[in-house]
Write a protein that binds this ligand. Sequence first.
Ligand SMILES: *Cc1c(COP(=O)(O)O)cnc(C)c1O
Length: 325
Amino acid sequence: MPIGYGDILHARRRIAATVRVTPMEPSPSLSARLGVPVHLKLEHRQATGSFKLRGATNAVLSLSPAERGRGVVGVSTGNHGRGLAQAAAANGVPVTVAMSRLVPENKVAAIRDLGATVIIAGESQDEAQEEVDRLVAQDGLTMIPPFDHPAIVAGQGTLGVEAMEQVPDAATVLVPVSGGGLAAGVALAVKTANPRARIVGLTMENGAAMHASLAAGAPVQVPEVASLADSLGGGIGLDNAHTFAMVRDLVDEIVLLSEAEIAEGIRHAYWQEGEVIEGGGAVGLAAVLAGKVAADGPTVILLTGRNIDPRLHFAVLSGYEPTSP
Ligand SMILES: *Cc1c(COP(=O)(O)O)cnc(C)c1O
């Protein structure tokens, strides 16, 4: 494995000045439901509203002065773009973000407000990626991918180090999975701290590329579909170099959630925990509420993001029941 625990510790020192240590809070209601202590890692309170700032900051700070001068570019369903924009702006690096038309408008606006140049390109992440490839070839920008990159995985892994310091006896850690950068880094950090800890990956039933790829034994493409968990959409890359193998080797189980279950997770976050959590960040809550997670001991749920369109959030709280396509 080319990414080691030492890389995560190095990332932690590198990003410490600009990335927050986020709180860990007990959840009395979920602890009662599961019969074991349940703790919530409030990573949606990270600057930019998601953990993506960790990996992006580590990646930007890994560049040479010449690379920083030419600037960085990323393709993103929103939160990576936001994290990358903030990480680059904080370090005086010019940044361009390309995204597909499926990305909600509130996420697009937030990235523009952080000072990034935004390019809307294509119907899918893959088509937006083609535009990024052009900018890399033409202008010498450095492409910072959302997950399949050693500096990104190491940066996201800092969340796992923090979680294990806050709950050293964690037996199970629930991690949302899309491209697998978060799950790969967190699993490496958690299993280094406690090799017997169980990592449960969570994703939606529809359009879950990592799950389909694990089932196929190699990266495969799946059609991109709209989901409440929009930040978990997109492929893992047919030429995936790091996260597929790491998730395959380190994540013990993947749990799939329906749209209705994800809606329940968003509602629980707000009414019971007092937190605004986007669909992709609420899948851990959803899995516990749906009875899809075994109670093995102290359980940590990563709440990974808060960037939900306020109108969609209000609709879900008001009882809107999404149907799975
Ligand atoms: C990106 C993201 C994830 C998934 O992270 P990957 O590294 O792509 O697996 C989970 N939750 C939120 C809120 C995200 O933005």
